[in-house]
Design a protein around this ligand. Structure first.
Ligand code: BGC
Length: 864
């Protein structure tokens, strides 16, 4: 590269080099790499070709030509029609503000999957369940086939009713877990695509698949419910091999396949995995393996209404390993290993034992006083893996079709020698959500809080945003997802993750427009379910797409979700009386005190989502709708005031949450804001600067106080050490966010085990305030995706420094401040192709361009 600037981080549909797409108009994005101050893109050109060679020579699929403009996100494909299996190589060059062209970027790729039903030759196969009443051994499926030399490309397209792992010629295919992921299988199943060119060979080959119940047939939702989607698991796979001469051979699932059970005696998300190593056949996926004793696979009908679609997000993968911090033996032969961090995944164990010896691995988030595992809060989830040894030396094992939420691992069984810390390793897994944010400050407790928030997100962003990862629940609770999403967007790149989940939400929507409590909706009962359409929960259907648009500038998200968002609003309107929304709802869920009327919450959210719908319509250029929703928002707001606000500005319920909703959603007329704020602050003060809020009120606390000019009170709440507060759980030993402010206390022990998760991210929603207000990185809603950045750190709380970083879609934004002597120094980095407004205490807002900006201002000690 000889220019000082060029395009990097090329993405297609938010992903790097995706395979198996079904988006016929995919979108391209890149970042401008340029360290020169004021760097800005003035034009771009994308070229795309069907081979790498043609890209250099003559791009045959698309040449956009030079297009003037600074757009670098979500440029929609305008090339030739994309067909099944189409391979695309693409690259970009950009022009800077002086009109100079960059060199071409490195080449990126994407590839289409099977777009039409007629592309599929495969049939659904499996092994008939015996009774279907409980978890049965995992079926192994295999077939052999012969290929000629001259293979240039091989792809495996596969999905399952259940979850699968494929093996080709003795090697595992890919590195994803729990494929094809979790969707409402009766509506939509995702087809995973794998590049297996390196795994096929001229001559004999063998392809195999192992199946497990997963979300489809396993235990899911409380009350020992299982088989939410069906009893019988099955697999659909199509291996396509292309030769240099253009011939294509297809090896598909069908009657030639054979099946047997193997070492995986049980595999279930809640209950764990049991593996009998004596039954393992190492060569089962090699061509020479003799499968004469295997039975023919059973053919199953295809699901009637399921559409096969490409995954919109990256799968669950192995992310990190944690070493044991301490080891104890609270009872004879009961070995407990502390990984030092509440995490999600499983333990890999190393043992030396004899054939038939059984090692039992149990998992827990907390310990009882006597050092044994506390598992009551897991409810019916057994969270137990079992390994039956094959003997003959060191054995290393980990499960593959289950996951657990835990910090402690217990080993018991025929352990011939005392295990050592090195015999247990914590394997951390979650959906691929690349890190984007960093937050740090001078207070180690706040840093621990940030760490707890991030671990809460990591453990619960597993295929869908779940409420918790450990007990018999682990569902895509809409309310939890909605309150946390903005924080999530700071910590990690969740654009693709939510693209997928918003489709899950729309898939789960009731015919009348109501959103369910969870998506995918496994709690659905007979219609009409009076529990659906809950305020602050169902509203996720509007808030999540809107937030993804704000944080990533993704307009298509709004376009695609629009119909479902509008249907929700219509349902709201229809089911409210004089625009006051009653309806069943969870209220200010788990609020430790304060009584916020449920219809007040519902009406406040109705006004809020009507306002967001108006903005959504405006962003999409739907002017009439924009006007209509804005008017609706005003009318609901008037109804809110009529019904819940006294002339003196007192809001019904008189709770912190009631005032937070009224102020935070801008529902009060100007004259009533000050009295409302005064009552809110008085309540906080009266409690000794403590909160009384639950899931609905808590996320609003710090942002609303800050917006109303009381950042001092927000800091006091943040730094509060007594119950209820964020620090309280940290002082009780939390390494993740807890479901309740006092899920455990040193003084009183464990809270109600019926609902007591130690990894529940909702209260972690304070994270967005840490980034936006403490570190000072925020966005301008008028220029979504951080095209225009707001830098506005508000030092306080006795902190002497803080720093935040966000890898936005335009590049790295950073703001770091430090108070030294009587000076506040602020270092700001604004990425290329964006602008920012820097707002510092006591100074006029300043508009700046890309580059590094350093400010030094006099600093008087603040009262807070
Ligand atoms: C879940 C929550 C959820 C709530 C709704 C609980 O069981 O764990 O986080 O939002 O139910 O009431």
């Amino acid at each position: 590269m000889n220019t000082p600037f060029y395009a990097i981080d090329l993405r297609c549909e938010h992903l790097c080099d995706p395979l198996g797409l079904d988006e016929r108009l995919p979108r391209f994005s890149w970042r401008m790499e340029d360290s020169r101050p004021g760097a800005r893109q003035s034009a771009w050109q994308v070229v795309a070709a069907s081979t790498a060679a043609r890209l250099d020579d003559k791009p045959d699929l698309w040449d956009s030509g030079r297009v003037a403009g600074d757009q670098s996100l979500d440029i929609v494909w305008k090339g030739r029609r994309l067909i099944s299996r189409q391979q695309v190589w693409w690259r970009v060059r950009i022009w800077d503000a002086d009109g100079e062209a960059s060199a071409w970027s490195t080449t990126a790729r994407f590839e289409m999957g099977l777009l039409q039903p007629k592309d599929w030759q495969a049939q659904w196969i499996g092994r008939s369940v015996v009774t279907g009443k409980d978890t049965e051994p995992s079926p192994f499926l295999r077939r052999t086939f012969t290929l000629e030399g001259g293979i240039v490309r091989a792809r495996l397209y596969a999905t399952a009713r259940g979850i699968f792992e494929c093996h080709l010629n003795g090697r595992r295919v890919g590195d994803a877990f729990f494929t094809p992921g979790w969707t409402d299988y009766s509506t939509r199943a995702q087809v995973a695509a794998f590049d297996v060119t390196d795994q096929v060979q001229a001559g004999p080959n063998a392809l195999g698949a192992i199946l497990a119940d997963g979300w489809y047939a396993g235990y899911l939702a409380w009350g020992n419910t299982r088989s939410c989607y069906g009893v019988q698991t099955s697999f659909l796979g199509q291996l396509e091999i292309e030769y240099a001469d253009g011939r294509r051979v297809i090896v598909a699932t069908g009657p030639e396949w054979r099946t047997a059970t193997g070492p995986i005696l049980k595999a279930d998300f809640y209950n764990g995995e049991t593996y009998d190593a004596r039954l393992a056949q190492a060569t089962w996926a090699l061509p020479a393996f003799d499968d004469a004793s295997w039975a023919p696979a059973t053919l199953f009908d295809p699901p009637a209404k399921t559409r096969l679609s490409a995954p919109r997000t990256a799968p669950v993968r192995r992310q990190q390993e944690l070493a044991v911090q301490t080891q104890t033996e609270p009872q004879f032969g009961v070995h407990v290993f502390d990984l030092g961090q509440n995490m999600v995944g499983w333990a890999r164990i190393r043992v030396r034992a004899q054939a038939g010896d059984t090692i039992t691995i149990r998992y827990a988030e907390m310990l009882n006083d006597d050092g044994t595992l506390y598992t009551t809060n897991l409810r019916s989830a057994k969270a137990t893996d079992c390994y039956i040894c094959c003997g003959g030396g060191e054995e290393i094992w980990e499960p593959r079709f289950t996951f657990h939420g835990f910090r402690y691992v217990e080993l018991t069984g025929n352990l011939h020698e005392k295990p050592s810390p090195a015999d247990v390793t914590g394997v951390v897994i979650h959906s691929e959500i690349p890190p984007t944010g960093v937050f740090e400050c001078s207070d180690s407790m706040v840093n621990q809080l940030q760490s707890n928030i991030v671990w809460g997100q990591r453990g619960n962003y597993l295929e869908v945003p779940t409420d918790c990862p450990q007990r018999d629940e682990r569902l895509g609770w809409t309310g939890d997802a909605q309150v946390f999403i903005r924080t999530a967007c700071f910590n990690r790149d969740v654009a693709a993750f939510f693209t997928k989940w918003c489709i899950d939400l729309a898939d789960a929507q009731y015919a009348d427009g109501a959103f369910p409590h969870v998506a995918p909706d496994v709690l659905r009962k007979e219609q009409p379910d009076p529990g659906r359409g809950c305020a602050a929960w169902g509203d996720a259907g509007v808030i999540c797409p809107w937030t993804i648009y704000l944080c990533y500038g993704d307009t298509r998200m709004l376009e695609r979700q629009y119909e479902s968002m509008a249907a929700w609003m219509a349902w709201r309107e229809k089911t409210s009386k004089d625009l006051v929304h009653g309806g069943a709802c969870f209220g200010d869920w788990l609020a430790p005190d304060g009584n916020t009327p449920r219809d007040l919450i519902a009406t406040a959210y109705f006004a809020r989502t009507a306002e967001l719908m108006g903005k959504t319509a405006a962003a999409l250029g739907r002017r009439d709708d924009a006007r209509r929703y804005a008017a609706l928002a005003r009318r609901v707001c008037a109804a809110f005031n009529r019904t819940f606000v006294t002339p003196a500005g007192r809001v019904m319920g008189d709770s912190q949450t009631a005032y937070l909703l009224a102020l935070g959603f801008n529902l009060l007329p100007a004259a009533k804001r000050a009295p409302a704020l005064a009552r809110l602050v008085a309540d906080i003060e009266r409690r000794g600067f403590k909160l009384s809020t639950g899931f609905v009120g808590t996320p609003l606390l710090a942002p609303v106080l800050t917006a109303c000019g009381r950042v001092d009170v927000a800091y006091k709440l943040l730094l509060q050490r007594e119950y209820p507060s964020w620090f309280y759980s940290i002082l009780q030993g939390a390494t993740t966010m807890w479901e309740r402010w006092n899920s455990y206390s040193k003084e009183k022990g464990f809270g109600d085990a019926g609902m007591n998760s130690f990894n529940h991210y909702a209260y972690g929603a304070i994270g967005e305030w840490l980034y936006a207000t403490v570190a000072g990185i925020d966005l301008d809603p008028a220029k979504p995706g951080y095209k225009h950045i707001i830098i506005r750190p508000q030092p306080g709380g006795g902190l002497t420094w803080a720093r935040g970083e966000l890898l936005s879609r335009y590049g790295r934004i950073a703001c770091a401040w430090r108070i030294e002597e009587r000076q506040l120094q602020v270092d700001v980095i604004i990425p290329p192709n964006t602008t920012a407004t820097v707002m510092l205490p006591g100074r006029k807002p300043e508009r700046v361009a890309a580059g590094t900006h350093v400010y030094k201002l006099p600093w008087r000690k603040q009262a807070y």
